[in-house]
Design a protein around this ligand. Sequence first.
Ligand code: ADP
Ligand code: ZN
Length: 816
Amino acid sequence: MPARRFAQVALPLPVDHPFTYSVPDALLDRVAIGMRALVPMQRRLETGFIVGLSDESDVEKVRDLADLPDDSPALSAEIIQLCTWIADYYCCSLGEVLPCAVPPGINQRTKKQYRLAPSLPDGRYTERQREVIAALHARGPLGEAELRGMLGEDDLAPALAALERRGALLRDNVAQRAAVSERTEAWAILIEDAVLPAEEQIALQRRAPKQAAVYFDLLRNEPEQPAAQLCARHDANSAALKALEEKGLIRREAREVYRTPLLHADAASREKLPMNEEQQAAHDAIAASLDAGKFQTFLLHGITGSGKTEVYLQVIERALALGKSAIVLVPEISLTPQTVGRFLARFQTDIAVLHSGLAAGERYDEWRRAQRGEVRIVVGARSAVFAPLKDLGIIIVDEEHDSSYKQGEVPRYHARDAAIMRAQMAGAACVLGSATPSIESYLNSEMGKSVRLELKRRATRSPLPTVRLVDMRGEVREQSGEVVLARELEEAIGARLAEREQVILLLNRRGHSPYLLCPACGSCTACTDCHVTMTYHARGQFLSCHYCNLRRRVPLACDDCGFTPLTYLGQGTQKLEDYLLRGFPNARIERMDRDTTSAKHGHAKILQRFAKREIDVLVGTQMIAKGHDYPGVTLVGVLNADAGLALPDFRASENVFQLLTQVAGRAGRGDRPGEVLIQTCRPTHYAIQAAKGHDYAAFFAREITDRRRSGYPPFRRMVQFTVESEDAHAAERAATHLVAWAREALETQELCAIELLGPAPATIYRVKKRYRWNLGAFCRSAKTLNTLARSLRNSFQEHAPKAVALKADLDPYGLF
Ligand code: ADP
Ligand code: ZN
């Protein structure tokens, strides 16, 4: 009798340990670590990942694994190790992290299925319920769609729910192969040593000319061909192939075909550029570490336009030459088609692209190509840090300061930090690149945790643009009415348009006028589900909540007091666009924000037209500030530079400095010098002054002093706890309990170096109908914070009412 083996399965549940199952004999020869597994969980089936195998188990009453839906493991030991680190550090379960490491479609391959309980509870059943029971009795387990097809829609859902409550029905989540999987194509392959003697060849030609034509084609030309083309050429069909197969002359095989995503190689980047001295020095330092094959983190601090991409391209080439692979992380890839285009041009077929803009099937195929070792480079957004590449030599994190690297939901990991961990585990180099490094990364380079490499000049030798500040306080006094553009900026736009040059205008707010204000009672129209005012969108005449996307028609009168008319206040991108259209009727003006780019490839299309100079003025939110390299742009205007400074976020100044520096960096990349105009009411603020002077060092010096004094990250680590409930009182009570539990944990577990901040209502007190309270905790040791977070999670699970949820966010980003 074979040794009974046990599998430890990580399930996507907030439970710290994996679950043990026994492996049925039928699956024994296939079972492997890293495979997806279908397992019974209470009265359902769940999909998890096998993270351990053993011959013994001390768990009593183990249940059997139900199935292994794939042929081979989806995850390697290296990826499981990385996920384990993420689960530990960000305080969630391994089962919650593992699904991030596979393409999304593969996880959705489950459907709900109903089956009858082994014995039906006694009692009366309604007519509808009896129909359901009869159908399941006759046909075995069925999905809801199938039941609907058989029995009709009416009252089916309540009948199913009632039966389930009574214990007459059991519901399973069953893995389905269909949702995303390989796309295959039939091939015809000549069997080598099965050659037909000459006389039989002649006979075949006479009796079955089409079969003969196909056979000779394979014999004389390519011995392996896609069946469809082969048949089409000889007007044959699959019956002919089948006949040839039965004669033992060919075999047929289903081969995987890849769906290729629509992305354009940037032809100009195909050829290697001779690097300048600074680029060469940075390259050599990274290459030396690659050659040595040991882990090292680099911070590539290069000003905008300094040619960081060329350095990335050439160190990757080095990694490939050493037989190693490379991962390139870029922020929300659809925003930076140009960067991806450069990698595609240089490495052509050796590269797979993973990002959320791809259809599920495309993404699955790209992932498979990487898993099979058919490509050695993966470029992608956040989750590409899990790319299934072997022999990893280097990970590049472009625009490492970008906050989109931090995931907003469980697992709340930061892809830059995960990248450093993965590089460490693989003995690889990790290169963090930015013109405006995060305070965290720059401090690490100061402390010697990473090697800083600097590119201080633009690669094209064009100078950095001059930056002028326009003090809006004076402007508002002198111009009557609402000021959209300062006169200086308006004149500058006119002058650039006259020269046929391009302009970028940044206004970090979507919509038309942010507020609809009642002049009688002073109330603003707010979202009914969130504690925020709704934004007016003139196109379509609606108000929208930028938190939950709720929409409503523009009210004619005030909701509170009935006064009419309401006043429109403030500015958004739509209003700016309208203003420009009136002021510059001959200019080609385009807007880029979440409203205009939601369609597939929306960003790429607008940016491609801008690159071809079919657009003169591009108006947009912060998404226009990122990584683009368009030589025609000579003027950048920033409208509400200081809005971000007022946000209750310890990174407010850092974010404003980064945004201003990045958007300013879009100007003057070509032959003509660039110019930047920043409208502001706080011209003396250090973030704005530093951006004006292109002075990262000055900004860092001031910011790090402030952070040190107040004990904010990176000096201490932070964990942000949030309790949420639809019931305002329940949320508040839970927040009070949370603090009490936290105090208790600090005392009993001697986590004394932790400082608590709060509880306080969240900045946005209500989101999607849920009231939110925050509790911050600060400590120098991430480990101590982690202990606290786990302990609070346990207390919460034991004692808190079900209607309240707790989130724990380690190294949090964004509004609190
Ligand atoms: P960054 O990412 O640092 O902002 P890019 O990589 O976009 O800068 O480079 C800016 C421009 O400089 C690009 O058009 C690029 O082709 C060009 N460039 C880069 N390296 C060189 C070089 N060694 N010689 C000439 N041009 C270069
Ligand atoms: Zn809302």
